[in-house]
Design a protein around this ligand. Structure first.
Ligand SMILES: NC(=O)c1ccc[n+]([C@@H]2O[C@H](COP(=O)([O-])OP(=O)(O)OC[C@H]3O[C@@H](n4cnc5c(N)ncnc54)[C@H](OP(=O)(O)O)[C@@H]3O)[C@@H](O)[C@H]2O)c1
Length: 298
């Protein structure tokens, strides 16, 4: 298959693009920086230069592809407004060229809001955190657009490789202070970056349409436990600083409330329908390995 990936230089998009390529597909990655071209070429991914603000340069490539994966995110602007705009572009072009097209939208588990101890799944009504309050609308747009195979991935917090949010624990370990929003007894739903990449591959090859999939592993460590594992892995004596949510909101805005979420998210639908299995047992299990990887990427 020919596959088009936005955000192909990013944490999620690069891993997804590599997994698709390793499975033998021809992969075209949208990147906005010349320097990212080398990263992609080394991984046998064809770079195509464009931005979400000005995507016209990739229309012809998109037309040729039968799978479109959206994993770009611009945190320097109104993130979800641009996210929706880009999805609208992809969905409009999806009716042209190779047919039918599978269009995969990357959402996230923050659309469930606080789940506390309740195990939620794709059938649970959503209660999105303020930061992602428009995400369910974008999900619906993808799922309900006729003539395409619209799919939604809701990954947990991604760990491994470059580190993503877990990298803030490693950088805190190195600078001597790890900041945690809230009391840290909350749990995040997690997924290893390569398990997530495998989920994109399975979604792309599934032939399914109109389905949402949670993509999380089964680990249930608290944020305190994961941050402590990160500090031990870095052989650091860093102190922990627990920021009350209201204080964190002053510097981080709506992002702070996402970090304080307590979540338990079930990914067994992906196991049942996609044959997907997370192969990594959680962040704490491999914290030393993840620290080394984070350092190598930093
Ligand atoms: N990471 C997680 O834990 C996690 C969990 C759940 C869901 N998600 C979702 O996954 C998606 C990707 O997240 P990520 O962690 O992979 O982010 P990331 O590492 O920051 O990657 C973002 C990608 O988007 C590209 N990009 C940024 N602004 C752009 C623009 N204006 N035009 C074109 N490309 C642009 C970046 O290019 P450059 O390389 O040039 O910056 C990069 O390739 C997001 O929607 C996020 O909400 C992530």
């Amino acid at each position: 298959m020919k596959v088009f990936v936005t955000g192909a230089s990013g944490y999620v998009g690069f891993a997804a693009a590599c997994a698709l390529r390793r499975a033998g597909h021809a992969v075209y990655g949208m990147v906005r920086r010349k320097e990212a071209e080398v990263l992609l070429r080394r991984a046998e991914i064809h770079p195509v230069i464009a931005t979400m603000q000005n995507p016209a340069g990739v229309y012809a490539t998109i037309e040729q592809c039968s799978v479109l994966i959206h994993a770009a995110a611009d945190y320097q602007t109104d993130t979800l407004k641009l996210d929706r705009q880009m999805m609208e572009v992809l969905l409009a072009i999806a009716r042209r060229g190779a047919q039918p097209k599978t269009v995969i939208y990357t959402s996230g588990v923050w659309v469930y809001g606080d789940t506390d101890d309740e195990l939620v799944d794709e059938t649970t009504p959503l209660n999105p955190a303020q930061l992602v309050k428009n995400r369910p609308d974008i999900e619906r747009l993808v799922l309900e657009t006729p003539g395409i195979r619209g799919l939604v991935a809701r990954p947990g917090c991604v760990y491994g490789g470059r580190g993503g949010l877990t990298g803030t624990w490693f950088s805190g370990a190195e600078t001597g202070e790890v900041s945690i929003v809230g009391d840290g007894d909350n749990r995040w739903a997690m997924v290893h970056v390569e398990d997530l990449a495998d989920a994109y591959l399975k979604l792309a090859e599934s032939g399914l349409r109109g389905e949402v999939f949670d993509i999380t592993d089964r680990s249930r460590a608290t944020v305190n436990e994961m941050a402590a594992a990160a500090v031990i892995a870095a052989r650091s004596k860093a102190k922990f600083r627990h920021l009350p949510l209201a204080e964190a909101q002053q510097s981080m805005g709506d992002f702070a409330a996402c970090l304080a979420l307590d979540q338990h998210v079930d990914a067994r639908k992906a196991v049942r329908l996609l044959g997907w299995q997370p192969r990594h047992g959680g962040f704490v299990d491999g914290a030393e390995t993840y620290y080394q990887a984070w350092k190598a990427w930093s």
